[in-house]
Design a protein around this ligand. Structure first.
Ligand SMILES: Nc1ncnc2c1ncn2[C@@H]1O[C@H](COP(=O)(O)OP(=O)(O)O)[C@@H](O)[C@H]1O
Ligand SMILES: [Mg+2]
Length: 494
């Protein structure tokens, strides 16, 4: 018996199986456009022709293009090993997207490409042709007859690539109520999806990419409304080291009445609406992979997407060198944070969620003052010689009240605060949460409702006495003060 047998998969069976990755038209298109961006295209034109006798989808770019041998390799499944390091701007990973995305929608994939000063190279996979050829991987070298006209534009161009899907057996109009019917809805969803996934490429006075769908230029959709004056960002932080170094930044979006126009507010919600699109936005090389969700993070149990936290969105920027750590999937629609970052991400999310909740609860009523929500927290983090330290914020309304009550020569409270600050049990908290995997008890665990109410009453009294605010003002203040911001119902009972 010889030591091994060559066991290649039968082409007809495998190519049919690969259709089931679970792409939608819009996620499949985004994967094709990724390749154009990696090939340094400045303009990408998508044409969808879904009615008519032979419907097709075509993506034309003005990127570097491929010569004959490169195109042949590109058409092979697993054209590049995912373990091979990639150029830091490369949006690919598995060497599959071109094929799996295309097969998910179409039975025929034609790619024509041209390098500067080169001729046009053409290759085609046709699943029906594969089905009639005993499982051999027969890559066709011509375009389908009815597609020749689609390649004309490439002939005029100096370089670029055309990806053509035909025999579209999986692109279906979507159900919905629109005067123009389901294919109108589908087109809208495709445009919105691309406007979202590539918004950072499409933004700015000199965008890196111009993207057209059936001739119309796609405008970027910024999930953070970052240019709106009522958007409240957190400072950008970096987490992790080396090739797993990532950047994170939280945003509390303006509430409905701060946006004003109902249509603008609806648009800011996104394709799937405000509730679905809350949470983390994960970008890889500026390309959006995940548009919302709390990544299984939470305090006592994983957070679910709910109405009150819908204004919270958090941006995460990954380099493509972090693919393995974040478990990027082939469709580039999923990613999962590595264990060692989960606590840091959860802490940030807790802050952003809590601020988003206060903005939502007060419907922007306290919009201006809430711009400095951390004032309401007794703790603040500071940096000393490049390291973090934790201090009690003396400008916190209660801290300043207490300190003012004292005689000028009484240093006891200040001394005690300093002692507390110098002995924050950081190591202990670290060990309990990171090494033992425990979550710290949420605020007021084990307190009865009446105990929380009593504490709130006392605090209200101190605020009124301390700063001379009216009871109404003090109450409003307390509503924004963690952890009472999470217990608005109890405040209402007082
Ligand atoms: N529009 C394009 N322009 C130039 N090269 C392309 C284009 N599309 C695909 N390619 C080439 O085909 C290869 C395979 O693409 P794909 O199957 O999507 O895998 P990946 O993007 O993970 O490498 C790419 O690595 C690239 O070399
Ligand atoms: Mg790709």
């Amino acid at each position: 018996m010889q030591e091994y047998e060559d066991a290649p998969p039968p082409a007809d069976a495998l190519s049919e199986s690969l259709r089931g990755f679970g792409y939608s038209v819009e996620t499949a298109l985004a994967d094709i456009i990724d390749n154009s961006i990696t090939a340094r295209a400045k303009n990408v034109r998508v044409t969808l022709s879904l009615g008519g006798a032979s419907p097709f989808v075509l993506v034309l770019d003005d990127g570097n293009g491929m010569d004959e041998p490169t195109l042949r390799d590109a058409m092979r499944l697993g054209s590049q090993n995912p373990l091979t390091p990639r150029d830091s701007a490369d949006l690919g990973r598995f060497g599959l997207g071109l094929k799996t995305a295309s097969f998910s929608q179409a039975r025929s994939l034609t790619v024509a490409s041209k390098r500067k000063k080169g001729g046009i190279a053409v290759r085609r996979w046709d699943l029906d042709y594969l089905a009639s050829n005993d499982g051999e991987w027969r890559l066709l070298t011509t375009a389908p007859e009815d597609a020749v006209s689609h390649l004309e534009e490439l002939e005029q161009a100096s370089h670029g690539t055309v990806v053509l899907w035909s025999k579209l057996d999986r692109v279906r109009p979507r159900a919905g109520h629109s005067p123009q019917g389901g294919s109108h809805i589908l087109m809208g969803q495709i445009e919105n999806h691309l406007a979202m996934v590539f918004h950072r490429y499409l933004e700015g006075p000199q965008p890196r990419l111009k993207l057209y769908v059936n001739g119309a230029r796609i405008e970027p959709w910024d999930p953070f409304l970052s240019t709106h004056k009522a958007c409240r960002p957190t400072p950008e932080e970096t987490l992790g080291t080396g090739e797993n170094r990532i950047r994170v930044k939280g945003f509390v979006l303006p509430a409905k009445d701060m946006i004003g126009d109902a249509a603008d507010f609806e648009k800011a919600g996104g394709n799937d609406g405000w509730i679905t699109h809350q949470g983390f936005y994960i970008y890889r090389n500026d390309r959006l992979l995940v548009a919302g969700g709390w990544l299984g993070l939470g305090v006592t149990r994983p957070w679910v997407r709910d109405e009150t936290h819908k204004l919270a969105r958090i941006r995460i920027d990954l380099p493509n060198s972090a693919d393995a750590a974040w478990q990027i999937d082939v469709k580039k629609s999923d990613a999962s944070p590595p264990e060692n970052l989960r606590n840091r991400l959860r802490d940030l999310a807790m802050r952003v969620r809590s601020d988003a909740r206060s903005v939502f609860v007060h419907r922007g009523e306290y919009g201006k003052r809430a711009a400095a929500p951390n004032l309401a927290r007794p703790w603040k983090a500071i940096r000393i010689g490049g390291q973090s330290a934790y201090r009690i914020d003396r400008s916190h309304p209660l801290a300043s009240y207490i300190l003012q009550q004292l005689n000028d020569d009484d240093n006891s409270v200040e001394t005690f605060l300093r002692l507390v600050e110098e002995t924050v049990p950081i190591e202990r908290i670290w060990i309990d949460t990171v090494e033992q995997g425990e979550f710290p008890a949420p605020a007021f665990s084990g307190e009865t409702r009446e105990q929380i109410r009593q504490l709130a009453r006392d605090l209200l009294a101190s605020l009124v006495n301390g700063s001379g605010m009216t009871a109404e003002k003090a109450r409003a203040h307390l509503r924004r003060m963690p952890p009472f911001d999470q217990h608005a119902d109890i405040l209402d009972e007082i």
